[in-house]
Design a protein around this ligand. Structure first.
Ligand SMILES: [Zn+2]
Length: 338
């Protein structure tokens, strides 16, 4: 008898569950065995008995959650196949952040790919997305509206460099999520020849050092601490920090700070305005509308499950294109990191 896809993976309150393999993918509650796609905190939570993930994702979880984040861990190499119960599991690059992976689950000739978060745009800080042909493709839908079309990240970085030339006396505060986005912004600056020190908020230190240790050269990084009297040192400097810190006293110590924010949400002018962002930079680690629809076609999947975000538009696009689709209504995932 032919197996149904939902017998291989289906949503439970804890997350996506695979009964024949007895594991969860990116569970939001503590479970016995978790397979984790990447280190963002809505996907990688502490407290599971066993965690399987890429070496980088395990390292990132240890940095963010402490060394005792799981009872036991197992590092998965990209492309390596292992047997869990009655299923075969493999991890494949997702192009989202360092260590991010899609998880392919196979049994009796049926393959489901849970992609986690992913993007197709080039990113010098992580392995590029790999298309894994499958019967069912599970996708996020963070930016799943035709209005979301991300421009080239290099052009957005060009805007930042132009602003520094225009306002050499102002400190440029660049808001960026601590895992992935911040390091990508710094690497993109280096790619465009910016060779001055980049100042970073303390919340970015360990993750940025980890990226550097993994061969992602971010150049000279300096702590963004203002002591009395050295305020002028930050004239025309770039300071990268989580945008949540912009309202702190810390941010007001810099000379005439100019707030920039690197996020896919900066496509929405209103969001930038409300957040007091003077220089919006549309740089996203998630797929835009074109990337989402192209990826669904590339996988050849006859069926698509949508996890979180703007599910309705993507489900409708699939139906109009002869692909059956349904929202999974998974809870607990935010648009973190973008
Ligand atoms: Zn993510």
């Amino acid at each position: 008898m032919k197996m149904r896809a939902r017998d291989l993976l289906h949503p439970r309150p804890e997350g996506l569950y695979c009964p024949p393999g007895d594991f969860y993918i990116d569970p939001v509650r503590p479970v016995e065995r978790a397979l984790i796609t990447h280190g963002h905190s809505d996907h990688a939570r502490p407290g599971h008995a066993k965690v399987l993930a890429t070496r980088e994702t395990l390292d990132i979880m240890a940095i963010r959650c402490g060394p005792d984040f799981a009872g036991a861990t197992q590092a998965m190499r990209l492309g390596e196949k292992i047997r869990l119960g009655d299923v075969t599991v493999s991890f494949h690059p997702a192009g989202h952040v360092l260590g991010s992976a899609q998880i392919a689950v196979e049994r009796n000739g049926m393959r489901i790919v849970a992609s986690g978060d992913y993007k197709r745009a080039k990113d010098p800080t992580c392995a590029g997305f790999e298309v894994v042909p499958c019967d069912v493709f599970i996708t996020e839908a963070t930016f799943a509206l035709p209005v979301f079309r991300h421009p080239a990240a290099s052009d957005e970085i060009g805007k930042l460099l132009k602003s520094i030339r225009q306002f050499p006396e102002r400190a440029h505060l660049v808001g960026a999520y601590a895992l992935g986005k911040a390091q990508r912004v710094m690497r993109l600056l280096r790619d465009q020849g910016y060779d001055r020190p980049i100042h970073i908020h303390g919340a970015l230190t360990r993750l940025s050092e980890y990226y550097q240790g993994q061969g992602v050269d971010l150049g000279d990084l300096q702590p963004a601490t203002v002591e009395d009297g050295d305020k002028a040192d930050f004239a025309g400097a770039i300071i990268v920090a989580p945008s949540s810190t912009f309202a702190d006293r810390w941010a007001r110590r810099f000379p005439d700070p100019l707030a920039a924010f690197a996020s896919g949400w900066m496509r929405i002018r209103q969001r930038a305005k409300q957040g007091g962002v003077e220089l919006p930079l549309i740089i996203s680690d998630h797929s835009d509308w074109d990337e989402l629809t192209a990826t669904i076609r590339d996988t050849g999947a006859g069926e698509v499950w949508v996890t979180h975000g703007r599910e309705e538009a993507l489900v409708r696009w699939c139906e109009l294109n002869g692909i059956s689709a349904r929202p999974l209504h998974l809870v607990g995932y935010e648009d973190e990191g973008d």
